[in-house]
Design a protein around this ligand. Structure first.
Ligand code: SF4
Ligand code: SF4
Length: 96
């Protein structure tokens, strides 16, 4: 077996692990959705950059700028944004 075959097998294995890992995460949390705890949120924006599905958004209201869940239907509850929040301002809750 030459070095290229080993590389192809390694990359293929990593790709499969990544795909099945993501499927498992989504299936595990299919009935959950992200929620912002406004009192803890500093509007740092780290979660906005992390969410590839653009579920979260910065919105302006009478009290200033806040981060809110703009498109809850697009949230897969993957938890990627949770890992970026240092202020304990995000949590996964049951979908209603
Ligand atoms: S849980 Fe995932 S999909 Fe939902 S807002 Fe966070 S990063 Fe986006
Ligand atoms: S990472 Fe946390 S504190 Fe920063 S904007 Fe998002 S929810 Fe707010």
């Amino acid at each position: 077996m030459n070095i290229m075959n080993v590389a192809y097998i390694g990359v293929g294995t990593l790709l499969l692990l990544w795909i099945f890992g993501n499927l498992y995460r989504r299936r595990k949390n299919w009935n959950k959705v992200i929620c912002v705890i406004a009192s803890n949120c500093t509007c740092c924006g780290r979660c906005l950059k992390r969410c590839s599905r653009h579920v979260l958004a910065s919105v302006r209201n009478e009290t200033g700028t806040q981060v809110a869940v703009k498109y809850p239907d697009k949230c897969t509850a993957c938890g990627d944004c949770l890992s970026k929040c240092k202020f304990d301002a995000l949590k996964l809750v049951e979908r209603i």
